[in-house]
Ligand binder design. Sequence first.
Ligand SMILES: *[C@@H]1O[C@H](CO)[C@@H](O)[C@H](O)[C@H]1NC(C)=O
Ligand SMILES: *[C@@H]1O[C@H](CO)[C@@H](O)[C@H](O)[C@H]1NC(C)=O
Ligand SMILES: *[C@@H]1O[C@H](CO)[C@@H](O)[C@H](O)[C@H]1NC(C)=O
Ligand SMILES: *[C@@H]1O[C@H](CO)[C@@H](O)[C@H](O)[C@H]1NC(C)=O
Ligand SMILES: [Cu+2]
Length: 690
Amino acid sequence: MIPPLLAVLLVTAAGTVSCSPRRHPLDPLSAVELTAVRSAVVASPLVPDRPISFHYVGLDEPDKADVLSYASSSSRRRPVLPRRAFVVARAGGRSHELRVDVTNTSAPSVASHAVHRGAGFPRFTTEEMAAAAGLPPRYPPFVESVRRRGLNVSDVGCGVFSMGWFGGEAGHHQAGGGRLTKMQCFVFGAATANFYARPVEGVTLVVDLDRMAVVGYRDRVVHPVPEAEGTDYRAAKVGPPFTGPVTAPGVVVQPEGSGVKIDGRVVRWANWEFHVGFDVRASTVISMASVYDGDAGTRRQVLYRGFVSEIFVPYMDPEEEWYFHGFMDAGDYGLGVSAFPLQPGADCPANAIYMDGLYANADGQPVKAENAICVFERYAGDVAWRHTEAGIPGQLITEVRPDVTLVVRTVVSAGNYDYTFDWEFKTAGSIKCVVSLSGILEMKATSYTHVNQIKEDAHGTLLAANTVGVYHDHFVTYHLDLDVDGTENSFVKNTITPMRNTGDPATGGADTPRRSYWTVRREVAETEADGQVNINSSGGPADLLFVNPSKKTSVGNEVGYRLVPGGATASSLLADDDYPQRRASYSKKQVWVTPYDKSEKWASGLYAEQSTGDDNLAAWSRRNRRIKEEDIVLWYTLGVHHLPYQEDFPVMPTVSGAFELRPSNFFERNPLIRTKPPSNANFPNCSCHI
Ligand SMILES: *[C@@H]1O[C@H](CO)[C@@H](O)[C@H](O)[C@H]1NC(C)=O
Ligand SMILES: *[C@@H]1O[C@H](CO)[C@@H](O)[C@H](O)[C@H]1NC(C)=O
Ligand SMILES: *[C@@H]1O[C@H](CO)[C@@H](O)[C@H](O)[C@H]1NC(C)=O
Ligand SMILES: *[C@@H]1O[C@H](CO)[C@@H](O)[C@H](O)[C@H]1NC(C)=O
Ligand SMILES: [Cu+2]
């Protein structure tokens, strides 16, 4: 990502503090609670230094067993669960970790405190990135570089680029050391909103964010700044005339109203029920998703918690200005702070319901992420199941059930890139996660104006004169704490194995002319080593399931859910000893299974910024804990190798990747068998027959 360059605090909740009662143990911290957390940290003698900046404030959720017993008890008998925040705050050059109890917001108390002594830092705050943007224009060598390029300093803006870790002592992570970052710059101005297309190539600053000072500077090479012409994407700038295709406007008609019921942050729709949370690092969090089983007459657990844990985006240009571009969008910057308001009618259809998020800013004050989440029923014209039977003489039987689904959507604008995250709940019992990429590429200025001038590897595609879109990957890692009909699950790998017909029934063969067939080899993972899977075309397991060995269908199959990867299954191709790869070592395999541990949330580690890889998903997995018949967590990385093309310029049309969690011997039969066909609602002007 290229981070946002200016401080844009959209809506501050200060003064509009909500007094609504607590509703659910997994609700995000309210404005009142966030304010109480702040006052407890500020008042604590454990954090004596000033100023204090809040880099992470999130719900320290109650123990899972307590949440589950809360959920299963009747509303009158529900225990009062503690409300706690987990805080990472910087003060005096240290990263302080605190747990703050805000069960009584009038008397918040610090329940635990520690100073982080390992590698890595918490995410940047919006405020410090804005403050850093003020440094380069006051730094004489930078001013000189800008003038040398014939540019106006007031037209140049710089952003904070996490610089990763490239070996050496982690000593600077210790108390009192500098928290360094790199800054790179672009030409702003009225000519275009697309400053990403106009990099001031060759200039890199090193900034100490704790001291808020420039501590390093390099002006290595001068390349022409690409023209502003043709880079803007705003309707008012691209036209008139508008030459693109025209589509007729359309609406969703729900003659009987919405089927969605939202109580607090609990969503109920069709056979699904789940909780929608929000976190400054993860953005939307789905919890306690359960599906109603009509045949059994019971509600059954599927997913305790699911969220995007990290987005790792390494760039493939080893040059001085580019080698360190290997962003961890959640850990370095935070996805929740970049979840801007959704645009009704465009980001979400007209029938969408909007929800807000809430987080703490650098000062610890609550900030509302207004309309950051939308929930809508999707009528996409798809079919849930169907059959036409023409084989019965004198009859033509057709039974069709339309597929209507429920989508929970968040868009994260991580600087230049826009990620649309969909959680799509299907009545047939599956949960589909879709990641859609749009937004603006990271572009490198070059002297080339035509491909016939390029002799060496340009590390990208020439998109326009003097503009290369640099090769890169997107690895979106999901934390998926599946609880299939209960917490105790096992991980099963079903591998499709080609077989030769031996002709001998004892070895699975038959005395027939068939020479070959395939069958399935089932393997139950014992420990974490068995839970690591690379999915690619060269073999490997075909089906990966979470099963509950203690729950069986009436014919004896273990109830389960399986992971159905979509097309976006790229894994990292970087060398194991390369520094960005060491930090995101988990990106070599798309699937990891770990035993549930409340502290293991962030695939890139709690302190991802400048991390060294000693605290990440792969490091946890090396302990090789038992995962058979345990409460286990699935980590799935959806991956895309992005080779830019000219159509991605100046803003890229959406590219999507997806995966699905699908019931597998979970229900006794197709759970939609006893659904009625839709009533023939009288839709005005919606039918056309030619
Ligand atoms: C919450 O704390 C305040 C201030 O200490 C106290 O007066 C009040 O009784 C507490 N409320 C509860 C329910 O404990
Ligand atoms: C630089 O920008 C400032 C502020 O926009 C403007 O007043 C000034 O004329 C510009 N100078 C040049 C050389 O373009
Ligand atoms: C493909 O998967 C196999 C088996 O899971 C693994 O050994 C191999 O390294 C993978 N290849 C790549 C390029 O990741
Ligand atoms: C829509 O239906 C109304 C009532 O049947 C009719 O008067 C109108 O012409 C129709 N509009 C279109 C665009 O077909
Ligand atoms: Cu990309």
